[in-house]
Write a protein that binds this ligand. Sequence first.
Ligand code: NAP
Length: 492
Amino acid sequence: MSPSAERLDCEVAVIGCGFAGIGMGVELKRRGIDSFVILESASDVGGTWRDNTYPGVAVDIPSFTYSFSYAQNPAWSRVFARGNELKTYADLCTERFELRPHIRFSSRVREARFVDGHWRLQLGDAVLRARYVISATGLFTEPKLPAIAGLDSFAGQRIHSARWPAAAELRGQRVGIIGTGATSVQLVPALARQVAKLSVFQRTPPWVLPRLDAKLSKTFQALLRTAPPLQWAIRAGTSAGTEAVMVLAIVYQKQFPLLVRAIELIARAHLRAQVRDARTRAALTPRYGFGCNRPTFSNTYLSSFNRQNVVLETSGIAEVVPEGVVTRDGRTVALDTLICATGFKTYERGNLPTFEVHGREGELGAYWEANRFQAYQGASVPGFPNFFVMIGPYTATGSSWFSIVENQARHIARCLTHAGGRAIEVRPEAHARFFAGIQRRSKNSVFHNNGCAQSNSYYFDKHGDALFYRPASGFEAYLESHLSPLSDYQLL
Ligand code: NAP
C-alpha cells in the first residue's frame, strides 16, 4: 500500500545531523528530492564534532581527506585540523547546501514504527509521518562509562571525554584518565602540560603512529583557493596514504602482509624514539597485531610518559573510591578529577540505531541480536521496508568517514529514486548473499590473522564478528555505491 502524500508530513526523514545526516541531505537535494526533514536531537549540527570539545581534540586523518569530496576546504589551518574547525566546517556545509530549512532541532526520535505503508516517528509527544526513514545517528554517539565498581562514589569531578564541561579547570590538579584509545592519545599531551599530576590508567596499549602534521600558512591557503587541482592532487596523496594504513593493511592483510609488518616496525621505532624508560616502553608496547583495534596517530602522546608529572598505571583498576582509584596491586591513587576516555556504545542494541525500529515483523535491534549484525550494502535489512541505515555494519572503507558517508548516501538515494514513491525492501536472498560475501572476504583481514585476541577492540561485537570494516577497497565500495543492482530490492 502506498500512502498518498497528503497523509505524510514529508517523503523522507533523516535522523541525525552530523556529517552523515548532512551528507545524506546534500545527496537528496542533488537528486531533486526536496520533501525531507533532518531530525536532530541536539540544538546544533555537527554530531561528534559538536559533542567532543576535550582539550587537544583534532582529526587524526589529514583534513584534505577528512572532508566531502564536493566541498573541499582550502581554509584548514593545519594538515590535521582541530576539532572546532570541523564544527565550523559542518556549519559551512549546512549553509552552503541550504540544509538549515530542512533541520528540526531538539527532535529526538524515540521510536520508528512501520504502519499502513509509512513510518511513524515518535518524537516525545509528537508523531511525524514519513514514507522513507534514513538513520544517520552515527557510531560514536552514546558515551560509555566503564563498568568499574564504585565509579559513582568518586567525590571529585568526573568527566566523560565526549561531554567536556566548558568551565572545566584542571590546572594544578591531580587528574586520572581511564582509557588509552584515540581520544586519550589526544587528551594526555594536552592535559600533561597543565595538571600537577596525570595518572593514565591503561588496560590495552594502542598502536601509535607518527602524525605528519604541519601548520598551513595563509599563502598556502590562498594557493589552494586559486588552484583547486592542487587541492585535488594533495587530497589524492593523503587519501592514498590513509587508505594504505587504515584499509589495505587491515582488510587485505593476507595479500599485503609486509605492509602490516612495515607499519608495525614504524610504530615500534616511534615508541623507541619517544620513550626513554625501557619499562615504560615495554608497558606501552601492544601485544596484538596492528589493525586489530583503531590505530592512533600522535607525536606527543608517547613522549608525555617521559614527564615527571605523568604516570602510566598498568596494574588494573580494582575500584573507584571517593578519594580516587584503587589499583589491583592495592594502592590508592588520590585524584581531584577522574576522566573517562572510555569510548562509546558502538555495535550494540540501543546505539545502532539510537531508537527502536519496528518493521513489518519485528524490531531491528532484536533482529540483529538474533541474526548477527548484517545489512545489505551496510544500509538495508529485509522486513524493514523504506528504512535505511547510513553507517550500518560493514560500511567502513576508503580513506575517511566522508568517503563512507558519500558512498552510503549515494546508494540510499539511488534506492529512493528507483522506488519513486513506492515501498522498497531488500530481497532476503540478496541480503544473505551480501553477508556471505562479507564473511568470506573477512578471512583475509587482520581480524582473523594478526593475533587480535588481546586487543579488546570495539571492532568486534559480542558474536566475535569484526563488523566495522567492509572487506573491500574504497574504490570497490565507491563503484558498488554507483552500480550495485537495484534488482536486489523489491518494490512492494
Ligand atoms: P575507544 O577507542 O573505545 O577507547 C576506550 C578506552 O577506554 C580503551 O583504551 C579501553 O580499554 C578503555 N576502557 C574502557 N572501559 C574500561 C574499563 N572498564 N577499564 C579500563 N579501561 C577501560 O574510545 P575513544 O578513544 O573515545 O575513541 C573512539 C573512537 O572515536 C575511535 O576509535 C575513533 O574512531 C574515534 N576518534 C576519532 C578521532 C579523530 O581524530 N578522527 C579522535 C578521537 C576518537 P580497552 O582497549 O582495554 O578496552
